[in-house]
Design a protein around this ligand. Structure first.
Ligand code: SF4
Length: 247
């Protein structure tokens, strides 16, 4: 039993608390027009590989001393980790029984009832809200946002600390009206959730060439630091949302 991985990244400090290993799992139901990990959109390609559960667990357990001393742990990411629900559940169950702290980074497009036991074992959940408007969400990711909005609300009610992440991209969602619509949803429907704005970057573009895919639109850009700061202040002061940064 196993699944498809892109890589295990040790000594990460941007994906939760402390020193972590990020498990980049392959496969994703979305096709975001700006995706920084296009190799993770499908399970099987030249940049992914099959991994046995026992081998993955062995590698993660070798890092346990770093997790313990730093307050870190393991973060499941992708691609979209929930796209391989059985692989994810097996890894989560074993690491949870070890007492290792767990986090999940997800796009939110998954079957909540099926994933509930996995989510309840997390110490921290990062869930994306890429666009509050379903038509725009479909245009930029290939799927409407109905399931994601529903899952965000269910996740907020789980009792697991939740950070709603907004990839903030000029040409997609980085405008006042869209940001305020997102803040309104978070403050109204995700009580207790924190929020992180992730400015767009182009680090993954070389992979598009390697995979023979067209690069993301040249129109996409990062907002300025001043714009980000203004939206963060607005979210905190007018919507009562706690703003955090793990990057
Ligand atoms: S959800 Fe993440 S991995 Fe999937 S297409 Fe979007 S950016 Fe890429």
């Amino acid at each position: 039993m196993g699944g498809y991985l892109m890589q295990l990244q040790n000594f990460s400090v941007n994906d939760g608390d402390g020193i972590r290993t990020v498990v980049f799992m392959a496969g994703c139901p979305l096709r975001c027009a700006w995706c920084a990990n296009p190799e993770g959109q499908t399970c099987c390609n030249a940049m992914t590989h099959w991994a046995e559960i026992g081998d993955v667990l062995k590698k993660l357990r070798q890092q346990e001393i770093f997790y313990r001393y730093s307050g870190g742990g393991v973060t499941f990411s992708g691609g979209e980790a929930t796209a391989q629900p059985h692989f994810l559940a097996e890894l989560v169950d074993a690491l949870y029984d070890d007492g290792i702290s767990l986090a999940l980074e997800t796009c939110g497009q998954f079957d909540f009832a099926a994933l509930r036991p996995v989510l309840q074992k997390m110490d921290l959940l990062f869930m994306d809200l890429k666009h509050p408007d379903t038509q725009a969400h479909r245009r930029f990711t290939g799927q409407g946002n109905e399931t994601i909005l529903e899952n965000l609300q269910k996740a907020a009610a789980l009792g697991v600390p939740l950070v709603v992440r907004i990839p903030t991209i000029v040409g997609v969602n980085a405008d006042d009206a869209t940001m305020e619509k997102a803040f309104t949803f978070i403050s109204g429907h995700c009580p207790g959730a924190k929020m992180e704005l992730l400015p767009y970057h182009r680090y993954g573009e070389g992979k598009y060439t390697e995979l023979g895919l067209p690069r993301p639109s040249a129109d996409f850009a990062a907002p300025t630091k001043a714009q980000l700061a203004r939206w963060e202040a607005l979210a905190a002061q007018q919507y009562g949302i706690e703003v955090v940064s793990y990057k």
